[in-house]
Design a protein around this ligand. Sequence first.
Ligand SMILES: NC(=O)c1ccc[n+]([C@@H]2O[C@H](COP(=O)([O-])OP(=O)(O)OC[C@H]3O[C@@H](n4cnc5c(N)ncnc54)[C@H](OP(=O)(O)O)[C@@H]3O)[C@@H](O)[C@H]2O)c1
Length: 257
Amino acid sequence: MMAGKGLAVVTGGSSGIGYQLARIAVEEGYSLVLCAHGDDLDKAAGQLRRLGGEVDAVRADLSTRHGVEALWSHLQGREIELFFANAGLALGDPFIEQKWEDVADRIDLNVKQTTSMIHKVGRVMRAQGRGRILVTGSIAGQVPGPHNAVYNATKAYVNGLAWALSDEFKETGVTITCLMPGPTDTPIYDKGLEDTALHDMPKVDPDKVAREGWDAMMAGKVDVVPDPASRLVSLFSGVTPKAIGNRLNEMMAKRRD
Ligand SMILES: NC(=O)c1ccc[n+]([C@@H]2O[C@H](COP(=O)([O-])OP(=O)(O)OC[C@H]3O[C@@H](n4cnc5c(N)ncnc54)[C@H](OP(=O)(O)O)[C@@H]3O)[C@@H](O)[C@H]2O)c1
């Protein structure tokens, strides 16, 4: 496979939705910078190379400014065709019982450093006069999330940022699309949401979610909610009273006693 279409950068590309987005990028002929911070990164990069990809694996903790700078130093001076702002994590349990360090870490990862990367890449793409950004928000950002409250709130921010930037960038040749998945079958549920209904419920395959996100990004859409059931939840979220939304989402995210 030729990597002749230029560079795609995927944050959180070692598993789940990000890995599937990276796989599509390789299959479509993009070379890849794949960023994550855990042990799965090298395995994921190896799998993508076996698919024919030209893959540069960058290990960086994207919840920190230092990690963003490490990734950025790999990208300095390079043109970027596609950017997937995808790295993110949930945080289960009642807010008041969570450690502040964990709360701050999620806000740093999902909000602050994600915004920092979009700002940096956005400037490069604006100067190029072309580029496409896919930001992984969530339908969780459209509903209240007791027992996962900070996560839902960070995703409300991410959705809102992407929607507004899609408009601000519209005369620049750069598109920004928000991918808003519903429950998707990825390891995110094994990182603090074990023993919940959310963990055990049926979920959409990440390759399907990534494909819908990819197609929406390539079509320059403002956003996309993959999967018909998630689209229904998204549709009703705006008109469902908060008290009902709170109960439904608590039932999903609360740990079983
Ligand atoms: N799964 C769902 O139901 C769902 C629904 C809506 C939205 N989303 C969003 O989809 C995105 C991807 O999540 P996923 O479901 O695919 O879960 P996942 O498989 O756990 O992927 C998360 C990715 O983010 C990376 N990551 C986490 N913390 C990081 C850090 N500090 N620095 C660098 N990379 C880090 C992980 O790499 P390491 O393992 O190396 O940390 C991994 O590659 C997230 O933004 C999530 O909020 C997921």
